[in-house]
Design a binder for this molecule. Sequence first.
Ligand SMILES: CC(C)(COP(=O)(O)OP(=O)(O)OC[C@H]1O[C@@H](n2cnc3c(N)ncnc32)[C@H](O)[C@@H]1OP(=O)(O)O)[C@@H](O)C(=O)NCCC(=O)NCCSC(=O)C[C@](C)(O)C(=O)O
Ligand SMILES: [Mg+2]
Length: 349
Amino acid sequence: MKLPRRFFQPLATGAPAPFRELPVRLERMIHFVPPHNDKVRARVPELAGTVDVVLGNLEDAVPADQKEAARKGFVAMAQATDFAATGTGLWTRINALNSPWILDDLFTIVAEVGDKLDVVMVPKVEGPWDIHYIDQLLAQLEARHGVTKPILVHAILETAEGVANVDAIASASPRMHGMSLGPADLAASRGMKTTRVGGGHPDYRVIADPAGDAPRASAQQDLWHYTIAKMVDACMANGIKAFYGPFGDFSDGAACEAQFRNAFLMGCAGAWTLHPSQVAIAKRVFAPDPAEVAFAARIVEAMPDGTGAVMLDGKMQDDATWKQAKVIVDLAKLVAAKDPELAAVYKLG
Ligand SMILES: CC(C)(COP(=O)(O)OP(=O)(O)OC[C@H]1O[C@@H](n2cnc3c(N)ncnc32)[C@H](O)[C@@H]1OP(=O)(O)O)[C@@H](O)C(=O)NCCC(=O)NCCSC(=O)C[C@](C)(O)C(=O)O
Ligand SMILES: [Mg+2]
């Protein structure tokens, strides 16, 4: 374990000091773009104003013979658009640590567009040692290329070993931004019997006890509940953000929305969008319900210093519910600052 007083020291001479607190940003969706696809890349300038984060994906879903084109395409799209002007985050997902592409990914991207890059998403993180490696390398590259804003790191939780080490990953470095669930790789790593990318499974259910000849009620359960809960606890305990990952069935918007909403209610800040049709779903889900915001605002107003006990509509409020209300009001303010339509609905002063 590193000494506490050394935790926030830059890891290379000339590298920027790590953030003490994460920048406060609205990240309802991390929108995936395949940078080797010229047609999709051409839409990025227009897309940038409509999503909270644009991510250029270099890893899985990019064919091996297109890795270089994807890297070049990412540099081109990063240079072509002023993401900061619309408050849009610019991220990339690099190839895995054991792949032949990762060094070229990081060397090229930090050299060419390191000052524009907010977050590097690292796939298949197994333990804190993976984060330490990336942390050190990024510091060296930031120093070499004069990058002044620290590049953050986001881990994908997508192996059984990673889940076993989730707390240590979350606390591995002050560079940690957060974590996303990777349900496809994780299912494979765990030996789960599903070919779906996220979402439920019709055979994963509980069944009521028999009661005579009556048909037995049965309901589908959430395969990802345990993992999301574990990830949210690890992230929030370390002051970083948890995200649901991808939902692969673009034809089933209702199931995507249900999965996103479960993650939102459990504490996640956002989800990935892989297709334009999922952006509106994420916007709908990762903003608090206006009725909840109105009630939360009443709680905050009824307890100006956040202490004591009061009754509102027959419901007891105290210091703890005040904190719950603050979570909702603070998020609503963040959403309202970016979305004038919701600002009008929330009516927050
Ligand atoms: C699947 C694909 C090929 C279907 O692309 P398509 O063109 O066949 O689909 P479409 O329905 O015909 O597209 C309609 C329009 O939207 C455009 N479009 C389509 N997608 C996008 C996009 N993302 N951003 C912006 N525009 C997009 C597309 O170009 C088209 O434009 P047009 O009307 O002008 O012809 C395409 O959607 C795509 O490449 N999406 C990203 C896929 C991806 O990044 N996958 C990896 C992340 S998930 C993962 O890795 C797992 C994980 C975490 O690791 C683990 O669980 O283990
Ligand atoms: Mg994966």
